[in-house]
Write a protein that binds this ligand. Sequence first.
Ligand SMILES: [Zn+2]
Length: 406
Amino acid sequence: MKNSGIKTEILRIKKGIAPVVYGEVKSKKNSSKTLLFYNHYDVQPAEPFNLWHDAPFSGKIKGNKIFGRGSSDDKGELITRIKAVEAFLKTTGGVPCNVKFVIEGEEETGSAYIEKYLKKYKKKFSCDGVIWEFGYVDSKNRPIVGLGMKGLLFVELSKKESNQDAHSSLAVIIKNPAWRLIDAVKTLRDSKGHILIKDWYKEVKPFTKRDLKLIDAEPFDESSFKKEFGIKNFVNGKKGLEVKKALAGNPTCNIAGFVSGYTEQGAKTVLPSEALAKLDFRLVPKMVPKKQVLRLKKHLKSKGFGDIKIKIYHGEAAARTDPSHPIVSIVKKSADQAYGKSILNVSNAGTGPMYSFSNILHVPCISIGSTYMFARIHSPNEFARIDFLKKTTRCICLILDKFGKP
Ligand SMILES: [Zn+2]
């Protein structure tokens, strides 16, 4: 950032907490408008190493692709923002509007402290709009302009029965905690994907007509999606509009991991002493994570599973930007110009701390970026596409230019 002419600072709130890298460039034109770029410098772990074709941090370039952990998520995205600012500074000597960078280091683990940073540095981070840390580009080279993110509740359920694993012949008299946990988890959701916890959907509002129109207009190539993942059909046999509505607005209850007993190769007749399930629930606007936790706890108790231990890892609310906000058309037009065509997306199916930004800074957040939708982010052989990095850099330049205009 320094090399690009951006004034930088390291911000800290507490020892042991990853610092935020802050950057700023003031417009010489005395523009009253400020655009803030939110990104992150941390990455997902690179494991399993043996599935990588090249070392995970090699940055190996093959044709149009740069391979490496973080190449798309989020270093590729960040570099498009930095280079756009650099391009303005080098060619015009200034930027069309004030620019701020907030680059955190704990996004991949749930942005546990971003809210504290936002509260402490509220004045420093004040702005008129936030460009989110990523944006997908679909299989037909159309960038997706995202107006929202789902929330997330991540919990761990566990059951310990005995103080040691036992010979499985004893399964006639010692209870198996894996069965117990399976029974408990089974009460959370029906086979169609509907969550059975009382009042889970209580605050959820149906889509507005405008949202539905936008969702309907969003292209989604079902067959190429299925092909990419090697699957035959979707949850509950969803098709067409139902698929798109679900991605934008359905809460989920997902088993992220289930561990118990012997899971290595071959047989081992063992009766495990404990079982553990990691679950993530995607939340939609108006769902309050704390309230949902209480509902989950109440549910397990009422179903007779008060013995299941619950550990809460992370909770964050969903956020959405109003499609009629002026910044939306600025970003959409810039994306259309840079890529030829772009898509407006009511809400991403994933989660980020967007709610903290929109709630504390009181500004719209909008996502646009360079991440190819099948760029294997979070998986081995993650890559960034060089053509998209270039186009997105141009797109960010156009956004800065339009945003700075009075
Ligand atoms: Zn990520």
